[in-house]
Design a protein around this ligand. Structure first.
Ligand code: SF4
Ligand code: SF4
Length: 394
């Protein structure tokens, strides 16, 4: 097999990970293994995996039938991610929720918090209460005690003991997994980039569904090697003398709007070189302290730094955003927010201000999972990219 074919076959495996994971979960459930479903980067997967459990993501990214079904019980003016997640569980169209022995929620935004109260009537749940202030002095104590409560709840419910040793091992494993993603983002620093933003997104999404952790590590390592090797040989996604405009994408709920946003940006000739947000570079390059003698403290310390708009005030996120613009030599920023997501929508304004200070073109796209606005979104993205191309070509 040539390097190109091997790279493609790994990318195909990442792309198909979600589909394959439902069969994996079915098998795990039949063997009596515990499957835990969660929704968010704030659910500490280290604690779940230290118990020997599988952790799958339950966020809904589809419109039909999940959203219309959810709207029979939830207000229509909620964000589509919340409606889709709830609707898929209500309609039993999410195999991961079906095989989950427990669902972990976290009180990020109000809509999710209230949706979880309804979800408790459909599935066994544990809700982790998240502080709103990302400042360690003000929030760390309560946050750490929430994580202890979560660990104890898992121990009690499933009759297991989660030791410090197990936690330290999973911290190492998860640090390694995040470091693969951080290295992948580094490939976006090259000009032209050694991976496309669409490829990066496929890998980021697949990460949650590759449940065989050894296979995931081997494939991630090899994918990074091959991407760089192909780039060196001039066989990357762009020709060596091609220099597409470089876009930083920021936002949440992106996986539900890939076709009309992320895919369109690259179809129109721009390159997404990095993502900002909870799946973005700053979360991936921030490891958990492996030398902290108290692993729960170390986990709490890292998770309080997840760059998400639900925190306030969010100075750390803005500082990190400034740094990424510079490090990735970005030509323009596209902030994508979904309807009714107040935290990200409002913080988009602060991102725009930072861009203005740095003479950086900025576009805010508000969209939804529902069909109908594809043309309008495409036109706005197209005009923005044309403007960036004209600017770049002098
Ligand atoms: S954007 Fe925020 S609320 Fe949404 S999954 Fe990421 S961390 Fe959680
Ligand atoms: S996209 Fe926004 S409103 Fe929706 S769950 Fe995430 S933070 Fe909450």
């Amino acid at each position: 097999m040539s390097n190109e074919e091997e790279f493609q076959s790994i990318m195909d495996e990442f792309r198909d990970a979600k589909k394959n994971a439902s069969l994996f979960c079915k098998g795990a459930s039949e063997r009596g293994d515990v499957v835990i479903g969660s929704f968010c980067q704030y659910a500490p997967t280290e604690i779940i995996r230290a118990a020997g459990f599988y952790n799958v993501i339950l966020c809904g990214f589809n419109y039909d039938p999940a959203v219309p079904l959810a709207e029979t019980e939830l207000p229509a003016n909620l964000c589509p991610l919340i409606k889709s997640s709830y609707g898929n569980i209500l309609g039993k169209t999410c195999p991961f929720a079906f095989y989950s022995d427990l669902i972990v929620g976290e009180t990020t935004c109000d809509g999710k918090k209230k949706m979880y109260e309804m979800l408790q009537e459909l599935k066994q749940m544990h809700v982790i209460h998240l502080p709103n202030v990302p400042d360690k002095e003000r929030s760390m104590e309560g946050w750490e005690s929430e994580l202890h409560r979560f660990k104890e709840a898992l121990e009690e419910r499933f009759n297991v003991k989660i030791t410090d040793e197990q936690l330290k091992n999973t911290i190492k494993t998860l640090n390694k997994e995040r470091s693969y993603n951080a290295r992948m983002y580094e490939l976006g620093k090259l000009d032209p980039p050694a991976m496309t933003g669409v490829q990066m997104r496929n890998v980021l999404t697949a990460e949650y569904f590759m449940l065989d952790e050894k296979n995931k590590a081997v494939k991630s390592e090899r994918m990074l090697e091959l991407a760089k090797q192909l780039w060196d040989e001039g066989k990357g996604p762009y020709k060596k003398d091609e220099h597409p405009v470089r876009i930083l994408v920021s936002g949440a709920g992106l996986d539900g709007v890939l076709d009309k946003t992320i895919n369109v940006i690259e179809e129109l000739g721009a390159a997404i070189v990095c993502y900002e947000g909870c799946c973005g570079i700053m979360n991936m390059r921030r490891p958990i302290d492996e030398n902290d003698p108290d692993p729960i403290h170390a986990i709490a310390d890292k998770y309080l730094e997840v760059p998400c708009a639900v925190m306030s005030p969010n100075a750390r996120r803005f500082e990190q955003f400034r740094n990424v613009l510079d490090e990735w030599k970005v030509d323009g920023v596209i902030s994508i927010t979904v309807h009714a997501c107040s935290p990200f929508d409002i913080e988009s304004r602060a991102l725009e201000d930072i861009c203005n200070e740095n003479d950086m073109p900025f576009l805010h796209v508000r969209t939804d999972y529902s069909p109908g606005d594809e043309g309008q979104v495409r036109t706005r993205i197209e005009a923005f990219i044309e403007m960036l191309q004209a600017k770049k070509n002098g």
